[in-house]
Design a protein. Structure first.
Length: 140
């Protein structure tokens, strides 16, 4: 009866007592997936754990922190976050940033990645982007 009353009065879900913490967390993640599509909302919001990239607004959201990003930072993070768990080669990132990796100094990408890492440290994000030496970058 409580379940029917709760849902009829606008509830989205119901957890019966006593409840498991794992079940509660799973249900929270399910609500977040429905709310934020947990990956992409029309390619405007990309999510990796507690980190959300709002491509349209040019902001990164982590817990209660918002970080305004540059055009290059948005492009780099969008590619890396969409490919979470996969190594993204340096040349793919350079082509994404500058449409051509032929005339761009390889150091320019390194500088951009380091700038992102330093800005992330300011809001408490550590080791988000990992370097795979000689290959590229990965977010796990």
């Amino acid at each position: 009866m409580d379940l029917m009353m709760g849902i009829n009065n606008g509830g989205d879900d119901y957890i019966q007592k006593p409840f498991s913490t794992d079940v509660l967390i799973s249900k929270i993640h399910a609500v977040m997936r429905r709310s934020y599509d947990y990956g992409n909302i029309g390619n405007n919001i990309i999510c990796c754990g507690e980190i959300y990239l709002d491509v349209e607004k040019g902001q990164l959201i982590y817990k209660d922190n918002k970080l305004d990003l540059t055009k290059n930072e948005i492009k780099i993070l969008a590619v890396l976050m969409k490919n979470k768990g996969k190594i993204v080669p340096r040349n793919k990132l350079m082509i994404t940033l500058w449409e051509d990796d032929e005339f761009v100094n390889d150091n320019a990408l390194t500088v951009n990645i380091n700038r992102i890492r330093n800005r992330f440290k300011e809001i408490g994000i550590e080791d988000f982007i990992k370097t795979k030496k000689g290959i590229g970058y990965i977010i796990q």
